[in-house]
Write a protein that binds this ligand. Structure first.
Ligand SMILES: Cc1cc2nc3c(=O)[nH]c(=O)nc-3n(C[C@H](O)[C@H](O)[C@H](O)COP(=O)(O)O)c2cc1C
Length: 382
């Protein structure tokens, strides 16, 4: 089955409680439903994965329930859980969640049920931190944790640290690479058992998959390093392993850092070549087009929508569906990006931290008639 995206422009958007709201042709593009394989999001707004550093032993709790639930109540079409890791040492921090055991799976199942009951699709970002693991939460300084302070030894493509002065990671041998790939498959199985609708693989921001992709962090001389074909092999194996446990009728997204913003790093042409292979392979449904995070020397030109051109160009070059992410906070900009065909989804992090009800408020600005949760309808007067 090939990945497909259909736009149900004329279909009424399902409200949080399942009611249909009719605003057919005039519905702003941001609020038109979109289908990936067997699932349909009620609009184009996705909550970007955001680490909460609040899990215990990788198990999400009431913090995650309210954080993700309130964003579903706020009207997002897709609510994506933060980077969720395939093994304990693959966590960014001790407070990051995982899907390496069934206790974690069952804790997620409760959260998934809430997200879906509020009319959103439930997504989970599955990843492995590699050399960026064993870090403190940002509010504790974010630095690499010493072993004596609850830190651990990291692994990576090569024995190269992210930053000077850090414990270097251990270069993974072939057996470890294969075990790690198998960890993605096991996490995908648990994600399905927990009821998630979408998996996003974390191939960006300098974490393990990105560490294999970039020539700056991958200096291996085996089948996983060197040439472009070798550096993408780990990601392709992770995709195959994930798909082996993830039903064909459920969509798979991949977040990529389209460039490293550092001389000698990944170029946009490399990324476009990779994405063409993913599109042709038919296993991946959407590219979440981000950038950077691999190298502290990066220089990123920041402005509203600063990464949107990656989503637009990947979509134009390869025909794959894309999500635009990065400093999108105005309803007009979000509407423009979707209406002009630059991206299929608007993926938002900080604006949705700031206001979980951003979608309901944006609908008002764009004059989209969408349903509020009935319990909150009396608040829809401003
Ligand atoms: C608190 C916080 C946590 C984040 N955690 C993750 C994460 O788990 N996975 C990820 O891919 N990106 C993560 N990001 C990056 C966001 O998903 C997003 O790509 C970035 O913030 C740019 O979007 P924005 O301008 O809408 O905030 C995080 C960002 C924030 C602010």
């Amino acid at each position: 089955m090939t990945a497909h995206t259909t736009t149900a422009a004329a279909a009424p958007a399902p409200a949080a409680d399942g009611r249909k709201i009719h605003q057919r042709d005039g519905m702003p593009h941001l609020f038109r439903p979109i289908s990936f394989r067997s699932v349909t999001a009620r609009n184009r707004i996705m909550v970007s994965p955001m680490c909460q550093y609040s899990a215990i032993d990788g198990v999400p709790n009431d913090w995650h329930l309210q954080h993700l639930g309130s964003r579903a109540a706020g009207g997002a079409g897709i609510v994506c859980v933060e980077a969720t890791n395939t093994e304990a040492r693959g966590r960014i921090s001790p407070g990051c969640p995982g899907l390496w055991n069934d206790v974690q799976r069952d804790a997620f199942a409760r959260i998934v049920t809430l997200i879906k009951s509020l009319g959103a699709l439930a997504a989970v970002q599955i990843g492995h931190a590699g050399r960026k693991g064993s870090s403190a939460a940002p509010w504790n300084g974010g630095k690499q944790l010493a072993l004596a302070d609850g830190g651990w030894e990291n692994v990576s493509a090569s024995a190269l640290s992210f930053n000077e002065g850090q414990r270097p990671p251990q270069a993974m041998d072939t057996a470890t690479v294969q075990a790690t790939v198998a960890g993605f498959a096991a996490s995908a199985r648990r994600a399905h058992e927990a009821g998630f609708d979408i998996i996003e693989l974390h191939g960006a921001h300098g974490y393990l998959i990105h560490q294999f992709l970039s020539p700056l962090s991958n200096q291996r001389n085996d089948q996983y390093g060197g040439s472009f074909e070798n550096r993408i092999r780990f990601l392709l194996e992770v995709i195959d392993a994930t798909r082996s446990e993830w039903p064909e009728d459920k969509p798979l997204f991949v977040r990529l850092s389209c460039v490293d913003w550092v001389e000698g790093g990944i170029t946009f042409d490399d990324t476009a070549k990779l994405v063409q292979l993913l599109k042709d392979g038919g296993k991946v449904d959407l590219i979440d087009a981000s950038s950077g995070g691999l190298d502290p020397r990066q220089k990123i030109p920041l402005f509203p929508g600063y990464q949107t051109h990656f989503a637009r160009d990947l979509k134009q070059r390869t025909g794959i569906a894309t999500g635009a992410v990065g400093m999108i906070s105005s309803p007009d900009l979000a509407e423009h990006i979707v209406a002009s065909g630059q991206a299929d989804l608007i993926i938002m992090a900080r604006a949705l931290l700031n206001d979980p009800y951003w979608p309901l408020h944006a609908a008002k600005v764009l004059k989209a008639k969408i349903a509020w949760p009935p319990q909150y309808e009396r608040g829809d007067v401003f």
